[in-house]
Design a protein around this ligand. Sequence first.
Ligand SMILES: [Zn+2]
Length: 304
Amino acid sequence: MILLKDRTKSVTHRVLESLNARMNLPDEEKKKYENQVKGFAGEKQFDFHMTQTHPFGIILNDLVLTHRDTVFQIDSLLITNDSVYLYEVKNYTGTYFFKEESFFAESGYKILNPLRQIDRSATYLHNVMLRLGYRLTIHSVIVFINPDFQLYSLLPNKLFVFSNQLSKHLNNLPSQDISLKHEQLELANKLKEFHNENYRPDNLPIYIFDHLKKGIICPICFSIRYTTTRQNYFCTACGYKETNRQAIERSIKEFKVLFPDLMLTTTRIYQWCGEIYSRQHIRIILKKNYQSQLSRHMTYYSEK
Ligand SMILES: [Zn+2]
């Protein structure tokens, strides 16, 4: 197994994570954030099973691809010598019913049909691969990763894999001793190249710099309470520690995810970090890592 692309949190996930710590999110956005966290945890669990079983092939996680202006996302892709396995991982919990081609929660609410979702992804993926000159069979698989998930009135369907069937499914994947074909590796690299890491869906919440709480968020518990020494940043809520430089660099990355169109300036990052580090300290880090993105004026911004 070759892991060609690791899993990272989506832009939506990262934006909501940071807004949740820096403002009072409306209930609907909070729910969306919780779903992101839950979904990501489910995907990580799937990855764990995958690495344990170590199937033959190349794995690409979290792909955001575009086919004719339509963006589609893939949770996991396993490319073998003769086919491609397209995985959609669902971390649903509770009892659901499948009737009239739809999924219903026990409460009666209808949820997005994962069959339709994966069908859409499979169609687009087929077209993308064809455009690249590859004709490989796509096997679509929906994995319900959570053991606390029950689905009733289900007709036998190869597309579904429940948590207690996952090991068996992964063990049954073709395990070839022969080496991977060159074309497959080439295809995997091309798909990785096409991945749009900075894709921003248009349903992100609206927020502005001035209204967000400033300071450095702990990457472990997301608390915004911390102390600093000459060298280090300490989260007072969970005890997490890192160097001041790491804390500032992490905050700059977070800023860039939230405000991709705002110019990086010493003053802005100084405010963003809670005005606890000197402007000079921040300027040095910005200059070292983001020289090309700094406005000329701000690069030489004099410390006041
Ligand atoms: Zn913490």
